[in-house]
Write a protein that binds this ligand. Structure first.
Ligand code: CIR
Length: 255
């Protein structure tokens, strides 16, 4: 059975962290409606959604992906690179513990955002980003190597997280923006390039055999379909004003 942990949009969403985007007004009601529709899309694709509540003092709470990385064998609770986001992890750890998932924590001085961790089979690619440091990557390596995963650090540039630049869209197939991450790290995996006009489109979310794509990226969507992939479109443009995409708003795992 597939589960998706999501988290409500905070009343303080407007005060979210921003790195590459200018701050613009966020329509909270519209953002919440888009988040609801996103959750329904997950339900339609077979996930049982467990939405965790939030508090006003946690602006970026909706981006639950950054708080943890879930493996079949257990979870790793992240230590977000942005200090304002560190308060997000305990509630997510609790939600995962309710499934009986054991967990290990990234500890100081390590920082790691879940958005930097791309798991492809037994290969774990970790973005060396502004948010995830070498100590965080090494701690993750120590935790998961003994479970049979191999961890590779991948530099990213001009974007927030590794998964802003590359995501899994089918078995052994990645959607990539090569301006933000070099393709050589990914060996012989098949690569599909985002359309040049849609640099942010690389953040897509594979659920079963369907790829969730943001409505803002029709050209990249068409490319995925040309490759024979099934796509489901969700409109998340209000949420994108906070620099989040479709992977960021859930933690999906089989249980
Ligand atoms: C941040 O800057 O941390 C949030 N405003 C956006 C986080 C998006 N998360 C993700 O890409 N995994």
């Amino acid at each position: 059975m597939w589960f998706a942990i999501t988290r409500a949009i905070s009343g303080a969403f407007q005060n979210c962290q921003l790195t590459h985007l200018a701050r613009v007004a966020i329509d909270l009601e519209r953002a919440r409606a888009q988040h609801d529709a996103y959750e329904w899309a997950l339900v339609e694709l077979g996930c049982t959604v467990r939405r965790v509540d939030t508090a006003a003092e946690i602006p970026d709470s909706v981006f639950v992906e950054d708080a943890a990385v879930v493996f079949r064998e257990g979870a790793v609770i992240a230590r977000p690179g942005a200090e304002s986001r560190r308060a997000e992890t305990p509630v997510v750890a609790e939600a995962l513990a309710r499934f009986g998932l054991s967990h290990r924590d990234i500890q100081e001085p390590g920082t790691l955002d879940g958005g930097d961790v791309l798991v492809v089979g037994r290969n774990v690619f970790v973005g060396a980003s502004r948010r995830t440091n070498a100590a965080g990557i090494n701690q993750l390596r120590q935790i998961v190597t003994r479970l049979g995963y191999s961890v590779r650090a991948v530099p990213v540039q001009d974007c927030l997280h590794l998964k802003s630049a590359v995501t899994v869209v089918a078995p052994k197939t990645l959607l990539i923006n090569r301006n933000w991450v070099a393709p050589d790290a990914f060996g012989d995996l098949r690569l599909i390039d985002v359309d040049d006009d849609e640099p942010h489109a690389a953040n897509a979310l594979l659920v079963g055999d369907v790829v969730i794509c943001a409505a803002a990226f029709p050209k990249t969507r068409a490319r995925l379909e040309q490759h024979g992939l099934r796509v489901k479109v969700v409109d998340v443009d209000e949420i994108a004003k906070a620099e989040g995409g479709v992977t960021c708003c859930s933690l999906i795992f089989e249980w």
